[in-house]
Ligand binder design. Structure first.
Ligand SMILES: Nc1ncnc2c1ncn2[C@@H]1O[C@H](COP(=O)(O)OP(=O)(O)OP(=O)(O)O)[C@@H](O)[C@H]1O
Ligand SMILES: [Mg+2]
Length: 276
């Protein structure tokens, strides 16, 4: 994104304008795992919708793999490279059987039957949901529905999946299943993952965190660097992972602990200290 600004113009009498994105410059490389965080209304969804041209820049440009999203000839190619998964799992499934739903994208691309079958198999397998293939979506849990939506993206062979709060409506088990699947897609198949989340425990699992506030990117870095400056985050109304607060409190009590920020590593570290 180069100097990208997005302005929502309301067609009311006052002709109100909202600058939702304010001169964004951002480069995302193939194979990155990125979390975008920020308070409500900071511009996260608006940013995400530019990645596959669901929204177009008011000023500046968004280029995906050399293609400009606002070039109408390229938009379908862009959408084959970048797909989006949204918050509500119920709004994303069209067919009455899981495997038909996964087939929907490839069928629209006009692919051969055999190719479609292969892609469905790969999508089901890569997300470990082969057992769901014949299920009607209304019998799935929220997490299983989100995995089905992600499988649809995989079947399109998209290189990048953008997920806008995909776990917001899920229970902890569903949240874990989705995060685990995303990590595996990233590690095994080098798929670029961009996840918007309000859960800091999820953000911490990314390789890079982008912090948005009032339409701007105010921080961009590795989780350990972002959460090191926790006061900055708290100032704009964001929380930090529980582990960061626990480490902080224990350090203040004089315990020699490294700056850990994820539950798993903290648990290991504390276990070692206790067993000493
Ligand atoms: N269709 C729209 N028309 C007018 N204003 C909009 C529209 N969509 C978003 N906005 C405004 O743009 C700003 C950014 O909204 P956006 O949805 O990108 O925020 P967000 O960071 O995704 O918030 P949330 O965490 O609540 O999902 C907000 O002030 C919002 O009110
Ligand atoms: Mg949003």
């Amino acid at each position: 994104m180069k100097n990208l600004t997005h302005i929502f113009r309301e067609n009311d009498e006052k002709k109100t304008e909202k600058i939702a994105l304010d001169n964004i410059n951002l480069k995302i490389d193939k194979g990155e795992f990125i979390a975008i965080i920020g308070v409500n209304g900071s511009g996260k969804s608006t940013l995400a919708k530019h990645f596959n041209g669901l929204l177009l820049p008011s000023e500046g440009e968004c280029i995906v793999d050399g293609m400009k999203v606002d070039d109408s000839e390229d938009i379908w190619k862009v959408r084959q490279k970048v797909s989006m998964v949204f918050q509500n799992p119920d709004n994303q499934i069209i067919a009455t059987v899981v495997e038909d739903d996964i087939a929907f994208g490839p069928e629209n691309m006009g692919l051969e039957r055999e190719e479609i079958k292969d892609r469905i198999e790969f999508a089901l397998k890569s997300l470990h949901i082969e057992h769901l293939r014949k299920m009607p979506p209304h019998l799935l849990s929220g997490g299983q529905k989100q995995l089905t939506a992600i499988a649809g993206a995989i079947a399109m062979r998209t290189q990048c999946i953008v997920l806008d709060e995909p776990t917001a409506m899920l229970d902890p088990q569903g949240r874990n299943a989705v995060m685990k699947a995303l990590k595996e897609l990233h590690e095994k198949y080098n798929i670029t993952i961009i996840i918007i989340t309000h859960f800091m425990e999820e953000a911490v699992q990314a390789d890079r965190i982008i912090v948005m506030n009032d339409g701007k990117i105010i921080q961009d870095g590795m989780p350990k660097d972002i959460f090191k400056q926790k006061e900055n985050l708290k100032k704009i109304g964001l929380s930090v992972p529980l582990a960061v607060d626990i480490v902080d409190a224990l350090q203040k009590k004089g315990l020699k602990l490294a700056n850990l920020f994820d539950n798993e590593n903290l648990a290991k570290e504390l276990q070692q200290l206790i067993c000493k």
